[in-house]
Design a protein around this ligand. Sequence first.
Ligand SMILES: [Ca+2]
Length: 183
Amino acid sequence: MRSIFGVGLAAVLALTAGCGAGGDGRPRELAAFALDQLDEIVEPADETILMDRENSADGRGSLRVDAKRARIVRLFEVPLADLPGREIVCTMRMKSLVMRGPAFPELWASGGGRDPISVRDERGGVAHSMDWRDVSVSLVLEEGWKPDRIRVNLVMTGAGRVWVDDVRLTAGKPGAGSAPGGS
Ligand SMILES: [Ca+2]
């Protein structure tokens, strides 16, 4: 049971330890969000965006979002530097209640002198009423491009309720094993 501070410290230590590896392409964790506090997310909280202490994947609370219609919620923005590879993978735990249409994460990479790009996996999220499940989406950067930040959004394509917990961002070589199903 690590606190968010423990996770952050572990990420920093892993980053420091990885400096001598010289870009061997092994996936490296860029950020981890336990979603035990609302101030972890970018979007301002209101009556539709709140902490749910009764429903979570990690037992310490999760983010609950209610939608009356399709909406996009800004979750995280993470600065990028010295990536070990061109593939960025976002994993999270998601749960849904009477979602009319799927809900899924969306990644945006931006900066570095090029137009931003985004990726989403519309069939990889949750829909209707689903219990906690692992969800992931990955983005492969063009050769030579060094975007300076990555954003994670939650896309809800209709009315319903979604919970999000335990979000992680990793970077590595494409197909190096950072993405589920990669070989
Ligand atoms: Ca949590």
